[in-house]
Design a protein around this ligand. Sequence first.
Ligand SMILES: *Cc1c(COP(=O)(O)O)cnc(C)c1O
Length: 342
Amino acid sequence: MHRALRLTCDKAALQANWRWLGDRSGVEAGAAVKADGYGLGARETVAALAEAGCRTFYVSSWAEAEELGALPEGASLAVLHGFGPDDGPAAAASSARPVLNTMEQAARWREAAPGRACDVMVDTGMNRLGLSAEETGCLDGLAIDTLMSHLACADEDNAMNAVQLDRFRQAAASIPAKRTSLANSAGICLGRDYSFDLVRPGLSLYGGVPRAEAAGHIAQVARIEAQVVQRRTIRAGESCGYGATFTATADTEAAILNIGYADGYLRGFSSRGSAFAGEIALPVIGRVSMDLIAVECDAAAGLKEGDWVEIDYDLPTASEQSGLSQYELLTVLGSRFSRRWS
Ligand SMILES: *Cc1c(COP(=O)(O)O)cnc(C)c1O
């Protein structure tokens, strides 16, 4: 079945991003592949990164662990949400480690899988998941692979980063574990003080630039192209799209493209996004519809029905245009794309 919308993921760019993150941190880099590899495909991401040498992967739930299927030789998987009251059967059938987040989870794991490896999350100030400093006594006797914490503000120059670093050092000094891990993508940019034994990038693997330090080093991974459904002239004084938010000041050439908010190209791109026909920029005019957008194409004289144009989906740029975070831009992409890895 032909689809007039395609998403192409660049395997070499994904692998190069992973290598840069490892080099920058100076330690082993794992990979967060939760939410189906940030929307791009967890299985493909794991295969590509394992080929590049990645050995440690993270998903959020046991359902995601199961969907991933068999892991490549030598790879291990950790489940960030831990070991909840309903996770017994799935964990028994899986080789993944839970990331234990509460005293209840620790007790439950000790009972259900004595001696089997786990990871542990300690809270150092984010107050989302993890054990507080007072609760870590519950860990006695567990086989802890990785002791970790998570940074709340690493994408900003926030005093909390140093506070969390200090608290994590204290936790690492008192809790026995094979290895320690603190940094996500943005944390890697903060410098090697934050590296510990293992870093856990997600966003930057997929082309996200969380801080200036990564700009110029992280390559775009996901590219979106849509086909032209119609080319038309909007006469001077006429409007285009819902709400008539765009009015042509002179006769304006427009291409109507097969993408809309149902595909994850949300309304924040209305009159702000852009596409490219080769080198020629085509600004979005008027509102994004459910299945369509209009782009101005005066400069692209030959552009016609059936031609493909690339939507500008460079994550930092698209985030600025749409007001969405770079994370949202990836995970919101819908099911109507024909997807392939190149
Ligand atoms: C999602 C996640 C990561 C990856 O974070 P990015 O900001 O995408 O690099 C790392 N660690 C934990 C605990 C996470 O939940």
